[in-house]
Design a protein around this ligand. Structure first.
Ligand SMILES: Cc1ncc(C[n+]2csc(CCOP(=O)(O)OP(=O)(O)O)c2C)c(N)n1
Ligand SMILES: [Mg+2]
Length: 653
């Protein structure tokens, strides 16, 4: 008979998590870097007790505990940590039954959409139902088996409820399968009823033995490789779209080698920015709705073949399917996930990005695009760089700063390895176009879910990862610059307190423009007159009074951060230098003019305008909308018909 150990379900869960390791490229480390938590009756005596017990042991592999201030923010921090670690390490998050758990739903969606691993352990209502409804129980009249935690199902890549201790081993193993699979990863939710958490069981000891999950690098199938090579060789104006998969696979060097060998230029998505340093000769910068107008988007408009590498082709990347405008344009997609590889009717290379790029470089065997194409792309990239340079010098007529100049100062004053982080508002688009990324982990904009409130919590998670990487000797420490708008700051600034408590230093640049510059501009362009996008006093005619006497600098100081108010570009520069020298979390507050845009882009984003309206502004916007709508492409042609762009007399049909 195999030996057993008697532990509660919660204790067994924690012990199992401590024993999980991940290996890629011969490097192995513990998968879980800790467990975030906020306690209530649904987890305090279960998972909380288990974490307490481990915190009092001197076992170096014990699971650390981090106390956040908001459950959604804890998930953001955990997800950002995993992204910084290229998904090879992750964190767990425990929450109480009811609102503590549902607060995590937004974080779960963000994780799943961005294909980033996080393990969620929401407390759940009693499995034994001794005195239900327990505080915060839903009571669905059609099924007592439905709880608020069922709302995680649609946003989790794996979801389970452990109603009996015997179910735990299989639930934990399924969780690990998903968390460590690059093609399948996202939020994993294991709901733990509060009584079951505290229940003891005799577990086979093997459950807690060190287990190593090997993260492989799937190689391309020969037939897929052959088709991709044929498509590339038949192209005259190919373009790579580099997505997050390039970065997670550590395929940046392989991408550079591919681009250098073939002369094919590279545009980057939000998640893929940093795949090439901004000044790499083949780099065209950002692509899509927030793309570099003169460079990547201009090349995309004429490309006859788009090679997507590790991208999910969001509507921002494709400019709502208008940016790849050439008649008969075709796609070859490299992706570990078949769902992404198949997008836009592409020829697929279901493989790891590094493996696929190396195989393509080898198989193309010296094939190159024309010199004229290379020269033209170099000139376009230089043209765009001059636009970036000019945007750094922009000024207003008053004392307020211009956002693009703020980004320029932070970019120039930060170190190449520092990380810039953002998620929502007008800054992600500006950063995508204007930020000069110099390190493959130097750019962290969450634009899968673009979730207001991710910024500060995410910055905390990235910095925790950077500190762990430095401790492991894998990397040097780096500063994290969190760029946050006033709207996003007001939505979730809670984790400043956690950063202060943990002694984890982040630098927050708080851009105060008294409302939503982004949605304001969008609203205006759609004929909706910036309705409901400014933070103003209510008057007889609406929310159009004076700006509010809100002092976000004082707010940040009250949460324990050092605060600097910068009212000029020189002030800002010295504030950044000082914040970099400091060991404490610093918030730099700047006032900007929301009406000065960054260099604009003609690229479109499909946001439907009212088809009928009593407002002139809306009717005009609808006309423009319909004109753009006519440019939208379907990209539905099957891959086995030759593209018109590539058809020539010698191409067999
Ligand atoms: C949680 C959430 N709610 C709503 C939105 C829609 N939204 C996108 S940007 C934005 C305004 C952001 O304001 P702020 O942070 O001040 O940035 P600014 O637009 O002024 O640059 C809103 C409401 C969102 N992305 N996330
Ligand atoms: Mg704002």
């Amino acid at each position: 008979m195999s030996s057993t150990v008697r532990l509660t379900v919660a204790q067994a869960t924690v012990r199992f998590l401590e024993a999980q390791h991940v290996e890629r490229d011969g490097r192995t480390h513990a998968f879980f870097a800790g467990c975030w938590g906020i306690f209530g009756h649904g987890n305090v005596a279960g998972v909380g007790q288990a974490l307490l017990e481990r915190s009092q042991s001197d076992d170096p592999s014990r699971l650390g505990f981090f106390h956040g201030r908001n459950e959604q923010a804890m998930v953001h921090a955990a997800v950002a940590y995993a992204r910084q670690y290229d998904r090879l390490r992750a964190m767990a998050v425990t929450a109480s039954v009811g609102p503590g758990s549902t607060n995590m739903v937004t974080g779960a969606a963000l994780a799943t959409i961005n294909r980033l691993p996080v393990l969620l352990l929401p407390g759940d209502v009693f499995a034994t139902r001794p005195a239900n409804p327990v505080l915060q129980e839903l009571e669905d009249p059609s099924s007592m088996d439905t709880t608020v935690n069922d709302s995680f199902r649609s946003v989790s890549r794996y979801w389970d409820r452990v109603a009996r201790p015997e179910q735990l081993p299989s639930a934990l193993l399924q969780a690990m399968r998903v968390l460590t699979d690059p093609a399948d990863t996202g939020a994993v939710t294991l709901c733990l009823p509060q009584d079951v958490q505290a229940e003891a069981h005799d577990w086979p000891v093997e459950l807690f033995e060190t287990r190593v999950w090997h993260v492989g690098r799937p190689v391309p199938q020969p037939a897929e490789l052959e088709r991709a090579v044929a498509a590339i060789k038949a192209s005259r104006r190919p373009l790579v779209v580099a997505g997050g998969g390039v970065i997670y696979a550590g395929a940046d060097a392989a991408l550079a080698a591919f681009a250098e060998a073939t002369g094919i230029p590279v545009g980057e998505t939000q998640a893929g920015k940093g795949s090439l340093p901004y000044d790499h000769p083949r780099a065209l910068g950002a692509i899509g709705a927030t793309g570099t107008t003169a460079a990547a988007d201009a090349v995309a408009a004429e490309a006859d073949l788009v090679i997507g590498v590790g991208t999910r082709y969001s509507d921002f990347t494709t400019a709502s399917r208008t940016v790849f405008a050439a008649e008969g344009v075709r796609f070859v997609n490299v992706n570990v996930a078949r769902i992404d590889a198949l997008k836009l009717s592409a020829a697929t290379l279901v493989a790891d990005a590094r493996e696929a790029l190396e195989a393509l470089t080898d198989a193309l065997d010296g094939w190159r695009v024309d010199d004229a194409y290379v020269e033209r792309n170099t000139a376009l990239a230089q043209e765009w760089d001059a636009v970036v340079e000019a945007s750094h010098q922009a000024t207003t007529g008053d004392t307020r700063l211009v956002q693009s100049a703020v980004l320029g100062v932070v970019n120039e004053t930060s170190d190449p390895r520092d990380v810039v982080l953002c998620a929502a508002g007008s800054m992600p688009g500006d950063l995508h176009k204007l930020w000069r990324t110099r390190d493959r982990k130097g750019y962290h904009v969450e634009y899968g879910f673009s979730c207001m409130g991710y910024e500060i919590a995410g910055g905390l998670g990235v910095k925790m990862a950077a500190l762990d990487q430095a401790r492991e000797g894998a990397d040097d420490d780096r500063d994290v610059f969190v760029m946050v708008g006033d709207g996003s700051y007001l939505m979730m600034n809670t984790e400043l307190v956690t950063a202060v408590a943990e002694g984890v230093k982040i630098i927050v640049v708080l851009v105060q423009n008294h409302g939503y510059a982004s949605i304001g501009a969008l609203s205006q362009s759609l004929g909706s007159q910036r309705f409901g996008t400014r933070y103003r006093y209510r008057t007889d005619t609406g929310l159009d009074g004076d700006v509010l006497p809100v002092d976000l600098a004082a707010n940040a100081a009250s949460l324990g951060a050092d605060v600097v108010v910068a009212s000029s570009i020189d002030d800002l520069r010295s504030a950044v230098v000082k914040a970099k020298e400091s060991t404490r979390t610093t918030v730099i507050h700047v006032e900007t003019d929301p009406l000065v845009p960054a260099p604009s882009s003609p690229a479109w984003w499909d946001v439907p305008v009212a088809e009928v309206s009593a407002l002139d502004s809306t009717r005009e916007a609808r006309t423009t909308y319909e004109q753009h709508k006519a440019d939208q492409r379907h990209h539905l042609a099957p891959t086995d018909t030759p593209s018109t762009a590539q058809q020539s007399e010698d191409t067999p049909r």
